[in-house]
Write a new protein. Structure first.
Length: 540
């Protein structure tokens, strides 16, 4: 693999933090708040904050192996708690601030955290979730503590009174495969699963990304994606920690503010999904784009050629598509940070990464034929350690040293992989398997389509009918028949959508993925005739 030595994998996140804290002038983070005020935090200050927070958690009864629930939007305190759990040998359990009480109760009941650290504006939701979880299990609930504030029972006050936890004197001689965090998947197709992420996992992905992008201490990541998600943790924070680079932390993603944040704080690297990039491009060109120092921006999911070209022109930065899951930890494929990059490809395997494609029967597909992407690796080191309290799902996904991703990909003659679709997102039409992603890529090239999603709905004659759900581009009024004709010019007849539905926005998960299960639930299949028409869809 890209990361192989015991030295690169040994020790916890706290060991990495302590290493760079020896340089008192080295900046770890520049955190902007909702009012646009920035706080600069050095590595040394971040270590002190983590030690104080760890002392407060220890006073609250947190012991090695205990889960510590953290429910907040992006803020500096997220790092305080993350690194504090590493110092204590506890397990970080971050959840998204947009989660409902029902979603949270499932996670809390399954993990039984000792403490729940919560932003004040979110406490009502967490309290409701704890009550539901307590009523449905033997769990006695977590002690709720306010993440911010000056009250005696808030975390800052508790940290100020507690004895700081000392820095570890030794970082071990081999991979530390103790669980560092449980990251819950987005649950776009089923109930979310808690992915077990070890300290060695974090160390491995940090070194892999740092090596691939040649990151140095002079680099600075702009983090606008949510910190509770693997992308911001794996690719951005951990590669910065590995090299002693710094980060800019935005409280949330802002399409109108992203360019200004990148320029004002000197970001050289960024990571986004396709949807936020499209939102940025929808903004008028800004003066800040001319001041940008960005050199590369990672992205996932589909962009058109015109969108990628416009982004690179406006920011003078390379867009590099990659592929990864919370479970893969390392991105199995990533485009090179050179002119050899392919915008439509998810890239080539990282050095040393073993991949293979498999048909449903386990055989190898022919040249150019799609198959499920399988990733080889070591559990708890280069792959996640499994799912928390879910042995059946772990056994189904992690088999004989291979991670079965559930994603379909194909390998081109030039050695680049191309994402086809989620295996569960294939549409069955008249006996043919149709990739929703293929339809979406073709349709999205139409100038009147800002973004779209293709879904299958039950059809008594053809198994499923294909519905294209469209967000129209600004100042356009596309005709459904024209959009279907556009697809018919470029797709086989059985792949052409039967109907077009317009909506103001597509429902999404917290990190920008289209929540197709929610989208399907908003459509009434029986009301969709086989002829093109428009119909309202409730926005998420």
């Amino acid at each position: 693999m890209t990361v192989t030595t015991d030295q690169e994998l040994s020790g916890t996140l706290a060991c990495l933090l302590a290493r760079h804290a020896a340089d008192p002038g080295r900046i770890f983070a520049v955190a902007e708040d909702e009012q646009g005020h920035a706080t600069v935090i050095s590595y040394a200050e971040q270590l002190r904050r983590a030690q104080a927070t760890a002392g407060a958690l220890a006073e609250l009864g947190v012991r090695p192996g205990d889960r510590v629930h953290l429910h907040t939007a992006n803020c500096p305190e997220f790092f305080d708690v993350w690194f504090a759990t590493a110092l204590l040998g506890a397990v970080l359990l971050p959840t998204g601030p947009q989660s409902s009480a029902d979603e949270l109760s499932y996670v809390l009941q399954q993990t039984a955290p000792v403490v729940s650290l919560t932003a004040r504006s979110l406490r009502a939701t967490v309290s409701a979730a704890i009550s539901v979880a307590e009523s449905e299990s033997n769990w006695r609930g977590a002690r709720q503590v306010a993440l911010h504030g000056s009250e005696p029972d808030a975390l800052p006050a508790l940290a100020a009174e507690a004895a700081p936890v000392p820095i570890p004197q030794a970082c071990g001689a081999g991979p530390d495969t103790r669980t560092a965090a449980i990251l819950y998947t987005s649950g776009t197709t089923s109930r979310p699963k808690g992915v077990l992420v070890t300290h060695a996992n974090y160390r491995a992905v940090g070194a892999a990304i740092a090596g691939h992008l040649a990151i140095t201490e002079q680099d600075r990541w702009l983090i606008a994606l949510p910190l509770f998600h693997a992308n911001a943790q794996y690719y951005c924070t951990m590669s910065a920690l590995t090299t002693g680079a710094s980060i800019v932390l935005a409280p949330r993603f802002s399409a109108s503010g992203w360019a200004r944040q990148a320029a004002d704080y000197g970001a050289t690297l960024g990571s986004l999904f396709a949807a936020p990039i499209r939102m940025i491009l929808a903004q008028p060109p800004a003066e800040a784009e001319q001041r940008s120092r960005l050199r590369a921006v990672l992205f996932a999911q589909n962009l058109s050629d015109s969108q990628t070209a416009e982004f690179e022109r406006r920011f003078a930065a390379r867009l590099l598509q990659l592929y990864g899951m919370t479970e893969t930890v390392l991105p199995p494929t990533i485009n090179p940070d050179t002119a050899e990059r392919r915008w439509h490809s998810i890239g080539r395997p990282l050095p040393g990464v073993r991949l293979r494609l498999a048909r449903a029967d386990g055989t190898t597909p022919g040249p150019g034929e799609p198959g499920e992407l399988l990733v080889a690796g070591v559990s708890g080191v280069t792959l996640a350690a499994g799912y928390y309290r879910d042995p059946m799902a772990t056994a189904a996904t992690f088999r004989d040293g291979w991670l079965y991703t559930g994603d379909l990909a194909r390998l081109a003659d030039d050695g680049y992989f191309h994402f086809v679709d989620r295996a569960k997102d294939m549409i069955k039409r008249s006996g043919e398997n149709v990739s929703a992603g293929e339809i979406e890529r073709v349709a999205a090239e139409h100038p009147a389509i800002a973004e779209c999603a293709a879904i299958g709905v039950p059809d008594p004659l053809r198994d499923e009918a294909i519905v294209l759900v469209v967000v129209a581009a600004p100042d356009t009024c596309p005709d459904p028949a024209e959009l279907i004709a556009w697809c018919a010019d470029q797709l086989a007849p059985y792949k052409v959508p039967s109907s077009v539905v317009f909506t103001d926005a597509l429902p999404r998960t917290s990190v920008g993925k289209i929540a197709k299960a929610r989208l399907r639930s908003r459509l009434v299949p029986d009301s969709l005739p086989p002829t093109p028409q428009t119909s309202p869809v409730e926005d998420a």
